[in-house]
Design a protein around this ligand. Structure first.
Ligand code: HEC
Ligand code: HEC
Length: 403
């Protein structure tokens, strides 16, 4: 009898605890990655909502997914608009001959589509590829703000000849843009400043989005009107007429990502402030530049002249052999990566089911290990981190976890 009473009590208790987790309250403003910028017009808010739905949409084969693809939705690799899980990493490959780089397009390069519609073999990495770049999805909030930082501001952080002798150069990646993005020749010898992607290989959000539909999902648009060819079968049409999504959807997704707000900063305790000082003192802030400012946006006021607390210079840095992928992208060589913005870091674990994966391929879920793996230009700074006292190191980590 007594044990039945205890059992009933336990059931009731677990229901109360459980119900609390079922009925979670709406998250507060600035505590998730999926909220819009302040100050949007009603039309902009509507476009944001439509873009949000499109970003979440999982495509089926009947809707045009494939014939070769990586994942069925944007959200698969950018869960909760945050960073991806290593299980959804994508791989690019090519041959680096030292002076030239072959993206091996006849063998399905530069991107490995590791899934395919039923009856078709997915791609495989050719045995002769010597540059294999595994990448996990970066966070996708705050990108409208990043797009609106004037070139001049980012370029002011470059120091290719390391004139200030801090061992840190910072190199821009000037990349071409397709004609459908801009008819204007780029301001830098016909090229544009790359800002997006792990090696800053893309200059414009719309370009990144259309390419993702095409390369990552096999979804055609007016910009990529034919499905990605299969290395053995060539181009073949799936059931769905091309383009598989209308131009309006591309623009809605672009509006969504443009207007997706970065989360708020966490609490500024004394320990956090100590960590922030150390972050600057040991040279982290030389690459992870705390803040920049947007220029003028003609239609989205919420993007005009706003501070951008991204903790990145958006430039390329040689990060040493341990992080090298040997893959060349525009002006980025096989050891160079774009400084990863650090905003939102405090929420990664919570937003991603308890574990966050750091660095370009999500190789570690230990924040200190991510710092320890910094080499190349970041080596002096990494060594200073390793030389900190235990309490200083805790302060630095507390600061990172407040971003
Ligand atoms: C298979 C996984 C995958 C899918 C599916 C995917 N992405 Fe990505 N996404 C990535 C990876 C990996 C990167 C980094 C790419 C690089 O380094 O060039 C990226 C980069 C981006 C970026 C640039 C972010 C930054 O900080 O520079 C944007 C924007 C983006 N993706 C949007 C999308 C959209 C929109 C879709 C759906 C149409 C999508 N992605 C689908 C994996 C994916
Ligand atoms: C020379 C420039 C440079 C310096 C100095 C530098 N970093 Fe980085 N940091 C980078 C680059 C580039 C990456 C991306 C590397 C990659 O993904 O392989 C990165 C990645 C990171 C990441 C992983 C972020 C993520 O979401 O994956 C953290 C955390 C980080 N840095 C913190 C620090 C701290 C703390 C310091 C100071 C001890 C520091 N960095 C110094 C350039 C730098």
């Amino acid at each position: 009898m007594k044990s039945i009473f205890v059992l009933c009590f336990c059931l009731l208790f677990s229901c109360i605890i459980g119900c609390d987790t079922f009925f979670t309250s709406t998250p507060e403003q600035g505590e998730t990655f999926d909220q819009p910028l302040d100050g949007l017009t009603p039309e902009q808010q509507l476009a944001f909502v439509r873009g949000d739905e499109a970003f979440e949409k999982r495509f089926s084969f009947n809707e045009g997914l494939g014939p070769i693809f990586n994942q069925p939705s944007c959200e698969s690799c950018h869960p909760a608009d945050g960073k991806g899980h290593p299980l959804s990493n994508l791989t690019r490959f090519g041959i680096n001959n030292g002076t030239t780089f072959d993206i091996l397009s006849e063998a399905g390069g530069p991107q490995l589509q590791d899934r395919a519609v039923p009856g078709i073999l997915p791609e495989a990495i050719p045995a002769h590829a010597n540059a294999i770049s595994v990448r996990s999805g970066p966070v996708v909030f705050g990108l409208g703000l990043i797009e609106m930082i004037p070139d001049m501001e980012i370029l002011s952080y470059t120091d290719p000849d390391d004139l200030d002798s801090d061992g840190i150069s910072g190199k821009p990646n000037f990349v071409p843009a397709p004609g459908w993005i801009t008819q204007q020749p780029g301001p830098h010898n016909g090229k544009f400043l790359g800002r997006f992607g792990r090696k800053a290989g893309v200059g414009f959000l719309l370009q990144q989005i259309a390419t993702a539909y095409y390369q990552d999902m096999g979804i055609t648009t007016e910009f990529f009107p034919q499905d990605n060819p299969h290395p053995q079968r060539g181009i073949f049409a799936d059931q769905r007429p091309d383009p598989e999504i209308p131009m309006a959807t591309l623009h809605d997704v672009a509006a969504y990502l443009q207007m997706l707000a970065p989360p708020n900063r966490g609490a500024q305790t004394e320990q956090v402030q100590q960590g922030e000082t150390l972050f600057a003192q040991i040279g982290c802030a030389s690459c992870h530049v705390p803040s920049m400012q947007t220029g003028f946006h003609p239609t989205i006021k919420a993007l005009s002249y706003k501070p951008v607390s991204l903790y990145s210079d958006l430039l390329l840095h040689d990060m040493g052999d341990e992080l090298a992928d040997n893959f060349i992208e525009g002006d980025a060589n096989g050891k160079e990566w774009r400084t990863t913005p650090l905003w939102g870091l405090r929420l990664f674990e919570e937003q991603l089911g308890g574990t966050a994966y750091y660095l370009h391929d999500g190789r570690t879920s230990d924040l200190s290990e991510a710092i320890r793996l910094h080499g190349g230009e970041a080596e002096p700074s990494r060594n200073s981190f390793l030389g900190l006292s235990e309490s200083e190191r805790q302060a630095l980590l507390a600061f990172l976890k407040s971003l």
